[in-house]
Design a protein around this ligand. Sequence first.
Ligand code: NAP
Length: 246
Amino acid sequence: MDFTGKVVFVTGSSRGIGAGLVRAFAARGGICVVNYVDDAAGRNHRDAEAVASEVGGAMTVECDVADHARVGEAMRAIVEQLGGIDILVNNAGILRDRSLKRMAPADFEDVVRVNLGGAFNTLQHATTLLRPGGRIINIASVAAFTGFFGQANYAASKAGLVALTKVAAREFARQGTTVNCVAPGFIDTEIIKDMPADVTEKFVEQIPCGRLGQVDDVTNAVLFLAFRESGYITGHVLHVNGGFYM
Ligand code: NAP
């Protein structure tokens, strides 16, 4: 797969799956933009710069995807600096797990604001900024389909993202742009490191492929949907979960 000359904007790409996506697109000729959010210790900025230099000096943009105006500024800066945007991957996501009984309303709102609102923000700006014939891939989750205990906020946000994908697929089709979801299962990144080992083991026992997913398992699915020849696939959810949910 060749993405030479394609400008690829991956949200939340300072680490994990997002950083893997930047490496995967860049290795195939893509001109990548690394996105991060500032933190007090400056760790995210350093991580983003490290990912950017690893792929030969990619552009980095600081921007909280939940901030509609900042997302617009960031996307316009990409267009000014790199000439346009061809591929958008809505990857930024957070977890704030708690049972319904204990979940603070702010934890519900924060997760929905980042995971679902963030994708709305980039999609809305993409309506005018994405070049025709583009590709949009939203990173949902198996949680949208199974609804795990303690994930009222996360599962709802990801289920909303699936619905948003279908609406966007219809609305972007006239520009020749496809909009799809990749729904990962349990992928070995920082986001699941807080899960107790026995819980992780129990999940692995239920995965027919017999292992956690790796970042490459997800990036390969995204590359496929972003590929020029995948232009007749839109509004689809591609499950990447080793058979855990089918
Ligand atoms: P991760 O290692 O925690 O990475 C999440 C990324 O999102 C980080 O780069 C983080 O950036 C960024 N981010 C968080 N809030 C943001 C915001 N408001 N604006 C911009 N960026 C923000 O998690 P991951 O496992 O790679 O997850 C990537 C995506 O896959 C998420 O949407 C997640 O829900 C989804 N997913 C993961 C799994 C899994 O098992 N790992 C399964 C299903 C779905 P900073 O470092 O700058 O904060």
